[in-house]
Design a protein around this ligand. Structure first.
Ligand code: PRT
Ligand code: ZN
Length: 222
């Protein structure tokens, strides 16, 4: 296979991170032409192209070498690092200052919470078994992790779990489902992910240039 000489960045096709990620790349001076399938965007000035995908696929695309960098929530990146053999090759290169949220454990409103040991023997529903498992081990809690791909917040009402571990930003979803936030597992925001070692060819040089521009943009904004 011919090696790539253009840098490829993966970002979310359509979701919470799409617009702020596009704005950030534009402020770094990157311009893209959108293709008809809207999956691949060719970079017009610099040799940098975009791949628009589901956020969950971004760490895997970088690990497999299909993309060099990705803009993704720390929650998604760290879950991949914990649950995939190739995850250790990836690292968080920069926090990007948008998409803030936290992965938290929440209990039914009527259950008071004082300490992690209360969760012993409980069933906790989540889409983040890696991150929740790490927190439970760190706090010496023996709980059962119930894996759910979505609608985690309704599990306690359905009786399929006693507690949940899910993303929270304003807290309105928890309130609407009669849940209360008990403990924060991870503080998250969008990050630039990449392999720990940048490629040693032209792509590495372009990546370094992009990182320098990004640092300038982030500094101005702060
Ligand atoms: O289609 P694709 O798989 O790409 O999108 P997605 O639906 O998986 O992701 P999306 O767009 O919802 O979220 C992308 C990323 O945004 C997440 O991985 C987080 O890093 C970040 N983010 C920031 C959030 C939130 N805030 C957030 N509030 N992701 C999800 N939520 C959800 C949460 O799951 C819960 O259902 O919003 C609800 C809670 O919000 P509040 O304000 O009611 O607390
Ligand atoms: Zn997703």
């Amino acid at each position: 296979m011919k090696s790539r000489d253009r840098l490829r960045i993966a970002m979310q096709k359509s979701g919470r991170l799409t617009e702020p990620a596009q704005d950030l790349l534009a402020r770094c001076g990157l311009k893209f032409r959108q293709s008809r399938d809207k999956l691949f965007c060719f970079g017009e000035g610099e040799p940098v192209d975009l791949l628009l995908v589901r956020d969950d696929d971004i760490p895997g695309l970088i690990a497999e070498g299909v993309c060099d960098l990705g803009i993704v929530g720390r929650n998604v990146l760290r879950e991949f690092q914990l649950t995939n053999g190739t995850g250790s090759e990836l690292s968080e290169l920069r926090p990007l200052g948008f998409g803030h949220c936290r992965l938290s454990i929440a209990l039914p409103q009527e259950d008071a919470y004082s300490e992690p040991s209360q969760l012993h023997g409980q069933r906790i529903a989540t889409s983040y078994p890696g991150l929740l498992g790490e927190w439970l081990r760190a706090h010496g809690v023996d709980a059962r992790v119930v894996m759910l791909a979505g609608s985690v917040e309704i599990a306690p009402r359905l009786g399929t779990a006693d507690a949940i571990c899910d993303l929270v930003s304003s807290g309105a979803t928890l309130v609407a489902n009669q849940l209360r936030e008990a403990a924060v597992v991870v503080e998250s925001e969008a990050v630039l992910a990449g392999r720990a070692e940048l490629p040693l060819d032209e792509r590495g040089e372009i990546a370094e240039l992009l990182l320098r521009r990004l640092d300038g943009v982030i500094q101005v904004r702060d």
